[in-house]
Design a protein around this ligand. Structure first.
Ligand SMILES: [Zn+2]
Length: 56
């Protein structure tokens, strides 16, 4: 049942914690790490996988 594309969490590039996401975010959207409170931008890599990049 847990075979859906798109993770429910992404890794914060600054503190390596798991940042929860809704799963329907789009590239370019901004989220905040709940731990280090850094602004993070949602990006997509060439393999169509989401990742987070610091967005200061
Ligand atoms: Zn963080």
């Amino acid at each position: 049942m847990a075979d859906k594309a798109g993770a429910a969490t992404l890794e914060c590039p600054l503190c390596d914690c798991e940042v929860p996401i809704n799963g329907d975010e789009k590239p370019g959207e901004q989220v905040f790490c709940p731990y280090c409170e850094a602004p993070l931008k949602i990006k997509k890599d060439k393999a169509d996988k989401f990742y987070l990049q610091e967005d200061f």
